[in-house]
Design a protein around this ligand. Structure first.
Ligand code: ZN
Length: 260
């Protein structure tokens, strides 16, 4: 048996528990009589993830549900298999249901033809749709469901007292989950989600990638300002709100003078 390493009461993160990087962050919410997992990661890592859970003396049958933060392949490729082995429910936001149940390779980032990335994306049945304001009870633990769209339309976060399981909204270095129109990113929604995180009174952010960190509003402000600048930059293609250069150019064209 492996000694359980709780980061916070009732919270184990499996990369931290394994003391090495398995892939995305996988949180185990220990409610005493039962537990839940937030994400499961890639299929290749799943046997090790399940073994780790067993070694910590959790019964596989005590897993109440897997909460999928969003549908991206790196978080969900192992979901169908995990659901089968753990015989538990899979819960996610309504907007992640289509990509997961259809095994949508584009929406889940499993297929990027231009980079020759083709990752199998097994279809996974979703048992439960969860959305803003829902409260999930896992034994003696409760998680409040937050809809925090932006990275993807169905991106979820979960609040438990001073902790916010913040998904791909922001990481410790101020980076955010990838912004890509093909998988439903929306910059304006993203900024709103980040503002909500900044303005909430959670003390710790437990992201879906990389280290857990103390919520830092200066970091959030800098990230929000960066994303606000993106909304006016051609760099982000169809995700942008406007491109001021073209308005300027229109004015310049009307004068008939080249501004050289
Ligand atoms: Zn991610």
């Amino acid at each position: 048996m492996l000694e359980r390493h709780y980061i916070f009461p009732g919270v184990i993160e499996l990369n931290v528990q394994a003391r090495r990087r398995l892939g995305v962050n996988i949180y185990l919410i220990d409610g005493g009589s039962e537990y839940a997992l937030i994400d499961v990661g890639f299929l290749d890592e799943l046997p090790e993830v399940l073994e780790l859970i067993r070694q910590m003396d959790f019964s596989l049958s005590a897993c109440k549900m897997i909460l999928a933060t969003h549908a991206d392949v790196d978080h969900t490729q192992g979901l169908a298999r995990a659901r089968e082995v753990l015989k538990c429910k899979v819960a996610t936001h309504p907007k992640s249901v289509g990509p997961l149940q259809d095994g949508d390779e584009v929406m889940t980032y499993a297929r990027i033809d231009a980079q020759n990335i083709h990752i199998p994306m097994p279809r996974c049945k979703v048992d439960l749709m969860i959305d803003e304001g829902d409260v999930m009870t896992i034994g003696d633990q409760t998680l409040e469901v937050w809809s925090t769209p932006g990275h993807t339309a169905g991106q979820l976060s979960f609040r438990r007292g001073p902790l916010l399981f913040s998904g791909d909204n922001i990481f410790r270095d101020g980076c955010v989950g990838v912004i890509d129109a093909h998988h439903g990113s929306n910059l304006v929604d993203f900024i709103a989600s980040l503002r909500r995180i900044r303005d909430c009174d959670a003390e710790f952010l437990l992201p879906s990638h990389g280290p857990i960190f103390r919520k830092d509003n200066a970091l959030l402000d800098a990230t929000i300002a960066r994303l606000e600048s993106y909304t006016h930059m051609a760099d982000f293609g169809t995700c942008v709100v406007d491109w001021p250069l073209l308005d300027q150019w229109e004015d310049e064209l009307a004068t008939g003078k080249l501004m050289l």
